[in-house]
Design a protein around this ligand. Sequence first.
Ligand code: ADP
Ligand code: MG
Length: 344
Amino acid sequence: MRFFRFSGFVSMDLAIDLGTANTLVYIPGKGIVLDEPSVVAVEAETGNPIAVGKKAKEMLGRTPKEIRAVRPMKDGVIADFEMVEEMLRGFIDIVYKRRILRPRVVVAVPSGITAVEKRAVRDSVEHAGAREVYLVAEPIAAAIGVGLPVDTPMGNMVVDIGGGTTEIAVIALSGIVTNISIRIAGDEMDQAIVNWVKKKHNLVIGEPTAEEIKIKIGSAFPLDEEKEMEVRGVDMMTGIPKTVKVTSSEIRDALKEPLDAIIRAVKQALEQTPPELVSDIVDKGIVMTGGGSLLRGLDALLSEETNLLVKVAENPLQCVARGAGAILENLEKYRKVITTAGRE
Ligand code: ADP
Ligand code: MG
């Protein structure tokens, strides 16, 4: 269904990457129209929404008791139904500005989620106003977003490192042949930094600060030029604010555990993959997507550990949304990759 605007034909349908860290919305013919943190703030008493996205993220950890700011997605799945609905409504309002007829919606979901969790996503999106909901596994959306041919017999390996989950998948003939999903990704890296700074510097910092450290100086592989930054927190002993200097090499140590877990999972996925497809992956390499793939030197580390070619997708944070958008624009062509699971 389409409606007319002066700017031309604009489809009402939309594709959503409902991520643990970020939600992106894609509209056919327009591209990505929304890219916001998956956070919602509501009045504690009434549950009425106050803010979504960036505005709500700024409130995290800073709210007075009348306001509740939460990340309703955890480990790639819905942790708080009502809050997800509020968040989606908020985003859809931003996208459309005014209420319009109920859209068809493609939603990318983690490949490892259960039928019950799929149902939950479908319900939330329907309650938020959708007419028709199609689910697609994130790794397939990511692969399509990267531009990989998913319907050929050739195997492609995609490693998507998001906020809550790392999804490793080998895709061939429009399906997922091998799939490993672990609940270790960007958030765990942040947590590892919080713990490290506490242990080594007796300094208490919040997760947003840890994320900033990760993005500014974090790395998975020795850097040509090591970096450092000043970090402000609270002294564990005295409770007094304190500033310390942290280096990229110590943050690398801090990140070792979550990174090892990700590497192990990739190796395990390779072991579980049929040899013919492994040989395709040897030829073509691994593609990394998701925000976590932006960690400096993670491609080098993964390549060293697997002996395979590894490349980070262009715009890794947008691959899933672009892929879900492409599916929506070609529903017939991609019929095989979408599921109506949870409906029956
Ligand atoms: P999700 O799909 O789970 O919402 P995203 O693909 O949006 O996740 O990625 C979000 C994660 O990527 C966050 O943990 C964020 O800290 C991390 N991230 C974003 N940019 C960088 C960067 N430059 N270096 C390392 N991690 C990053
Ligand atoms: Mg994602």
